[in-house]
Design a protein around this ligand. Structure first.
Ligand code: SAM
Length: 239
């Protein structure tokens, strides 16, 4: 039986509190519990996007800003990082100040009701945030609305591995060891929510269909690391 809420407005509040609670240990736990591979996943994700120095980028569910900071290593583009959890954003703001990062600004807000005009951004990224949203359709419709014509949406998200041998070992770690260590270090049950949220998440085909239903075109999917993580790309039509 599910221990957590996996759809709707109550999920949003549950997720917001969870990330507020773990904000101070989030970065450390990401590196530690993923053995640093999350950095490789983010880099690989960004290689799939048509980033340029003059791109206007929205990083939805930016958290502590890791995707934006990775983009900033190579491009001088303007980035807005939006997140529902103000405490995650506080960490992102501290990191930006410490590294003297320019043109990366942060806004507290909901992915399902974006505070931007239609046709604003060249690229929208959302990494390990999509699964956490209350209503996937609302968010995808918002992403489509605020993207410029020919703009690109990139989603990086956990998937269920299709490799039987790998998924047996990975699931042992992901379902038992990771929640135990996560709770021990952060004091939160967010790391129990993590594996449960992956099993309750849309399948690869379902997510591609949701993107198409929200009018995205040229939708594609690529699995990385035995399909533990997947990259989804979609384009807004040239109107
Ligand atoms: C696992 S973290 C990912 C953070 C970052 N993108 C990364 O790759 O490390 C998920 C983030 O999604 C945010 N989030 C969840 N629901 C949201 C919503 N409806 N609108 C905006 N952000 C949301 C959470 O607050 C959290 O910071």
């Amino acid at each position: 039986m599910a221990k957590f809420i996996h759809r709707g407005n109550k999920k949003k509040k549950q997720v917001q509190k969870m990330f507020d609670d773990i904000s101070s240990s989030y970065n450390f736990l990401n590196r530690f519990l993923s053995f640093g591979i999350d950095k490789y996943w983010r880099k690989k994700f960004l290689k799939n996007l048509p980033l340029k120095n003059d791109s206007y980028v929205l990083d939805v569910a930016t958290g502590t800003g890791d995707i934006g900071f990775e983009i900033k290593k190579r491009y001088s583009c303007q980035i807005i990082g939006l997140d529902y959890s103000s405490k995650m954003l506080d960490i992102a703001i501290q990191k930006a100040k410490k590294s003297n990062i320019k043109n990366f600004t942060f806004i507290q807000g909901d992915a399902e009701a974006l505070p931007f005009d239609d046709n604003t951004f060249d690229i929208i990224t959302i990494s390990y945030g999509f699964r956490n949203l209350g209503n996937f359709e609302n968010a995808l419709n918002e992403f489509y609305r605020v993207l410029k014509p020919n703009g690109t949406l990139g989603i990086l998200e956990f998937s269920q591995s299709k490799s039987k041998i790998f998924s047996f070992m990975f699931n042992l770690y992901f379902n038992y060891i990771l929640p135990f260590l996560g709770k021990l270090i952060s004091g939160s049950n967010a790391y129990q929510y993590l594996p449960e949220s992956v099993t309750k998440f849309a399948t690869r085909d379902e997510l591609i269909n949701l993107m198409k239903n929200s009018k995205f075109i040229n939708c594609s999917m690529e699995d990385i690391t035995f399909g533990v993580t997947s990259i989804f790309i979609g384009k807004k039509n040239i109107e």
